[in-house]
Design a protein around this ligand. Structure first.
Ligand SMILES: Cc1ncc(COP(=O)(O)O)c(C=O)c1O
Length: 500
């Protein structure tokens, strides 16, 4: 009797449990019978065939399983009951590649009427995999990604999405393959909205819309929905994104920049008492966090007459926000809450339904509100990913807890800059420094390229500042682990020691 167990590592395949059984029986041609179920493999075997069954019964079981994206493995159990083991083992290794059986089975050379036909039974079973491992630290093969967006996503969310990619929760489909009107996707979008409402404590008189086109599309949709071409609106411009929003609005209404930080290179937020708001402005627009310049509103101005509208693309869900102070909040998902392709609009319901006549149907909030964001095919997979992120944020204890973590990360990074004796500099006024995007420069500007290159070698990527401002920028969104910021700070100190 021979029993051999071979365990070998195979490369990762998919979340499948695959079982392959090869039964190789030296049977008489006429008596061969096979079945998948526990019925006898031989029904009418001749005596000689029956004895040959016992002479060499060979089973090879190969199990390859991938457990939630970790290591997959193959176990091969080889059993052979025979007098001549070595040749049988050879056969077992390659049962389907047997053309000249007599050469492989010398024991059968005395039975000239018997031919040996391998029977190959392959069973493939798909099973739900275990819950993905919780990510506790950055995996070895991932970088710390400081990109401004699309940006790093929580590792445990990515692993969960991976485990559900092929077969979403037993539905037999990937989320990418689902009808957006089917019960599965409806449950996904409804859960995403419900978790977002929990996170931001969104009052019932607000609608949540999952749209497409990025925040840039909202630069047009907002004036198209909230005012007529003759209406005045106010814009506070604290950076490039506020400026772009203002410029787009010029096509659809009469916007006025009531404050601009351009002359001070967008390093400040105005004092609200300095704002000269128009008495008849339909809305007051701000960019709550300027991604490029790293300036963030810590509080919000109260509009004189109209409503407050905020672009929260780069600090959405990074801290608690009193939604009731706003008429409309909008955000592209790709910084803090998901992949690009999803744009979230939270709008007070009484502001819906007044779109200008020429408003394209896809930009009309009323259409999307009435159809629960399903007027046309929405970005289903992106919404699913946002839903996973929202769920994760709820599990972390909500936005208060998230804000604590974000404050800690930002604090150690800004401290490292401020304590570098001018080697590193952050131009933004301290009281309005962003918790999300930290721009900084080097006193010796000629070293910046080297800094970025060396950091990348240490697996810290995307630290180059926006092309319009240069320098460096570390985006430290919700999903950036504290370990990533600590590593960056350690690297900065080391770099300074070597180059000061
Ligand atoms: C604050 C802010 N607003 C608007 C945008 C434009 O977003 P999108 O590219 O999704 O249109 C960005 C993109 O980075 C941003 O950071």
């Amino acid at each position: 009797m021979f029993l051999g167990i071979y365990v070998c590592m195979t490369e990762y395949k998919s979340s499948l449990l695959e079982i392959q059984i090869f039964a190789s029986l030296p049977l008489h041609q006429k008596t061969r019978h096979q079945t998948l179920h526990n019925k006898p493999l031989i029904k009418k075997a001749s005596n000689s065939a029956k004895s040959s069954l016992f002479s060499f019964f060979s089973v090879s079981v190969s199990v390859s399983a991938s457990l939630a994206c970790s290591v997959s493995f193959t176990i091969t159990i080889t059993m052979s009951m025979s007098m001549a083991t070595s040749h049988h083992t050879l056969f077992l290794h390659n049962p389907t590649n047997l053309t000249n059986t007599t050469n492989h089975f010398p024991i059968t050379t005395t039975r000239t009427t018997t031919t040996f036909k391998p029977i190959s039974i392959k069973c493939t079973a798909t099973t739900r995999t275990q819950a993905p491992p919780q990510a506790t630290a950055q995996s070895q093969d991932r970088v710390f990604n400081f990109a401004a967006g699309p940006a790093t996503l929580p590792e445990n969310v990515l692993l969960k999405a991976q485990s559900e990619l092929y077969n979403w929760r037993g539905s037999g489909m990937s989320v990418m393959e689902m009808s957006h009107r089917g019960k599965e996707f409806l449950s996904i979008i409804q859960k995403a909205e419900s978790d977002l409402r929990t996170l931001l404590n969104i009052p019932s008189e607000y609608s949540v819309l999952f749209l497409q086109g990025g925040a840039t599309t909202q630069f047009a949709a907002i004036p198209l929905n909230l005012c007529t071409p003759q209406d005045n609106v106010d814009y506070v411009v604290t950076g490039s994104w506020g400026d772009k929003a203002f410029k787009e609005a010029q096509k659809y209404c009469k916007p006025k920049v009531i404050w601009s930080g351009k002359s001070e290179k967008y390093t400040k937020i105005p004092s609200f008492s300095d704002l000269d708001q128009s008495s008849n402005a339909r809305y007051l627009h701000i960019c709550a966090n300027e991604t490029i310049h790293g300036v963030e509103f810590k509080d919000y101005p109260t509009p004189k007459n109209g409503v407050l509208v905020a672009d929260m693309s780069s600090n959405f869900c990074s801290k608690p926000v009193d939604v009731s102070r706003f008429g409309l909040i909008y955000a592209g998902a790709q910084k803090n809450v998901g992949p690009s392709g999803v744009t979230i609009v939270i709008i007070r319901k009484d502001l819906i339904g007044n779109a200008q006549g020429l408003t394209p149907v896809m930009l009309d909030y009323k259409i999307h509100d009435e159809n629960d964001s399903l007027y046309n095919t929405p970005p289903c997979y992106g919404i699913y990913m946002c839903g996973l992120v929202f769920e994760d944020l709820v599990e972390q204890g909500g936005l208060k807890e998230v804000e604590k973590k974000n404050k800690k990360k930002a604090e150690i990074l800004y401290n490292a800059i401020d304590e570098s004796k001018g080697f590193f500099r952050c131009p933004v006024e301290k009281s309005v420094r962003s918790l999300m995007n930290v721009p900084f420069t080097l006193e010796k500007a000629e070293l910046e390229a080297e800094f970025i290159k060396e950091a990348a070698k240490e697996k810290m990527v995307q630290l180059k500042g926006h092309r319009s401002v240069g320098g460096m920028r570390a985006s430290i969104y919700n999903a950036m682990p504290l370990a990533g910021v600590e590593k960056l700070v350690a690297f900065m100190k080391d770099f300074q020691a070597r180059h000061a």
